[in-house]
Design a protein around this ligand. Structure first.
Ligand SMILES: Cc1cc2nc3c(=O)[nH]c(=O)nc-3n(C[C@H](O)[C@H](O)[C@H](O)COP(=O)(O)OP(=O)(O)OC[C@H]3O[C@@H](n4cnc5c(N)ncnc54)[C@H](O)[C@@H]3O)c2cc1C
Length: 490
């Protein structure tokens, strides 16, 4: 009899872990609380629009290719990718914006136009970033990070010094660029890591390499096509995905998880891989004696921001927008302070507007625009409708000022989403959207461990453990944990 594995949660990490374990010969069942798979990358349809609920940036296409290749498949067996050009727009004010072109030559020319000499320096910056990508993405992120000894080879130590782990991204960027606009452009991808450029290791200029050299892509049909592809592959490998199964308890006897109790039934098992939010698994599904970390530990963690989101259907096109639009028309320092140092609802937030209907006619009725607005906000804020509405009007004022026309009276569908929804839908710790911030003190072995210390057959995967938040890291997390299970329970 093959060993039975129960995976909790059908997000990217849970799906990847389940597929890899089934491929290795295990009998795998996923227990998912929601009625559809995908976790934070679910989709919903309304009034002829198809809204991706979470991720919208497809970066690091090589990671997705590696994922499908591991099972003898190609990404194109499951969805069609297009590269966006321009990659995205940065709005600095109603009359000032820059469209970032795809292709390094064009980018260098753009930089040179803003700050003479910076085109060449961009080349040098990206050369270092390419090395960091190569080492970071091919070696470090694949480490289970269960012991410091994994990093003790001479070659890796040498790599660590060249990776700029101990320098901040902010000071690194300032060695190459001085113009504030260029600094904003190169610092933007770091915001994906959930911390400020001052608190992010310079190693993460690998994100610039990912964005500028490898490009911004889009799966036609929407980001959910990735989930659909992964679900198909999982089922091809024999994974059973049970939906509407909220896990309530992991039953532990003699240091072993014996069974998992859901709202619907009891499932016996040999191994558990928990892909739901780490803190939820520890505090709600396990007895206190079996937790890896106590409340003080969780209180001391730096969380990546949560988000206030708006999904809007607009009954006209908005020619001044691109597919991805970053509104950097307010001071990021103040917004960052209001997220990290003195958490509160922000006074003048930056925000992001995505209009996938620019690329993909299938996500909106003809002649209409599908609009997704995102404001990064501190976790754990009081979330009510009046506050959401205040921010809707605040960012709509700026969006309308930039596009130069009225949008509000053309909105034919509107839904908002914030902390309370993250908690209710995903059991998200403090209503987080993207897990833990990637600060130096929360990297590799300093992240919550992917193995339980007290329960021999309980593992964790997902954006709160290694390697971190984002779709590519979550996929990697699932594959890494599957290898760890196989090492111990072959
Ligand atoms: C608004 C937003 C925008 C983002 N944008 C991007 C982007 O552009 N690019 C990018 O790369 N990344 C982006 N991310 C991050 C990325 O989406 C996440 O890092 C990734 O999807 C996390 O996957 P996961 O499998 O770790 O967790 P999840 O997707 O949260 O999966 C966990 C699953 O566990 C289930 N679960 C929870 N509790 C239980 C329980 N008790 N029983 C059973 N099941 C349970 C949940 O329902 C969920 O399906 C974004 C995230 C958000 C929220």
């Amino acid at each position: 009899m093959p060993k039975r594995v129960l995976v909790i949660g059908a997000g990217f990490a849970g799906l990847a872990a389940a597929t890899s374990l089934a491929d290795k010969g295990y009998d795998v069942t996923i227990l998912e609380k929601n009625s559809v798979p995908g976790g934070r990358a679910r989709v919903f349809e309304a009034e002829g629009f198809t809204f991706d609920m979470g991720p919208s940036w497809y970066w690091m296409p090589d990671v997705f290719d590696t994922y499908f290749a591991r099972f003898g498949k190609k990404t194109s067996d499951y969805y069609n990718l297009v590269r966006l050009d321009p990659s995205y727009k940065v709005v600095f004010g109603p009359d000032e914006s820059v469209d970032l072109p795809a292709g390094l030559d064009n980018l260098e020319a753009l930089f040179e136009g803003i700050e003479p000499g910076s085109g060449k320096r961009l080349q040098q910056f990206l050369k270092q970033a390419s090395y960091k990508y190569e080492v970071g993405m091919n070696k470090f992120v694949w480490k289970p990070s269960r012991s410091v000894t994994e990093f003790l080879s001479l070659k890796l130590l040498f790599d660590v010094t060249r990776l700029d782990v101990f320098q901040s991204f902010a000071s690194h960027a300032r060695k190459f660029f001085t113009h504030p606009r260029l600094l904003e452009i190169v610092e933007f991808p770091v915001l994906f890591l959930g911390a400020t450029p001052e608190n992010t290791p310079a190693m993460y200029s690998l994100m610039n390499y990912a964005e500028m050299a490898l490009g911004t892509w889009y799966p036609m049909g929407g980001m959910h096509e990735i989930v659909k592809g992964m679900v198909r592959l999982a089922e091809e490998k024999g994974v059973k995905i049970l939906l509407n199964q909220t896990v309530q308890k992991i039953d532990v006897e003699k240091k072993n998880a014996q069974r998992v109790v859901t709202t619907d039934g009891i499932f016996e098992t040999d191994v558990v891989v928990a892909g739901a939010d780490y803190n939820h698994v520890e505090t709600s599904l396990l007895d206190e004696t079996n937790r890896n970390y106590d409340d003080a530990y969780w209180k001391s963690r730096v969380m990546a921001p949560s988000s206030l989101l708006f999904y809007l259907g607009v009954n006209k096109r908005l020619p001044r927008l691109l597919h991805h639009n970053l509104f950097f028309d307010e001071d990021f320092k103040i917004h960052a302070q209001e997220i990290y140092e003195a958490p509160r609802w922000p006074s003048k937030p930056l925000f992001y507007a995505s209009a996938p209907s620019k690329t993909d006619p299938s996500v909106a009725p003809e002649g209409y625009e599908n609009l997704f607005l995102l404001i990064p906000v501190a976790p754990d804020l009081t979330d009510d409708n009046a506050t959401r509405e205040h921010y809707y009007n605040l960012i709509m004022n700026r969006l309308e000022a930039y596009v130069g026309e009225d949008i509000r009276s053309h909105v034919v569908f509107k839904r908002s989403y914030a902390h309370n929804d993250f908690k209710q839908d995903y059991n998200a710790f403090r209503g987080n959207a993207y897990g833990l911030a990637n600060t130096l003190r929360q990297t590799a072995i300093l992240k919550p461990s992917l193995k339980n210390k007290h329960v021999d057959n309980l593992f964790y995967t997902g954006q709160l453990t290694v390697p971190g938040p984002g779709v590519p890291p979550s996929l990697i997390s699932g594959l890494v944990v599957a290898d760890e299970v196989a090492k111990e329970f072959n």
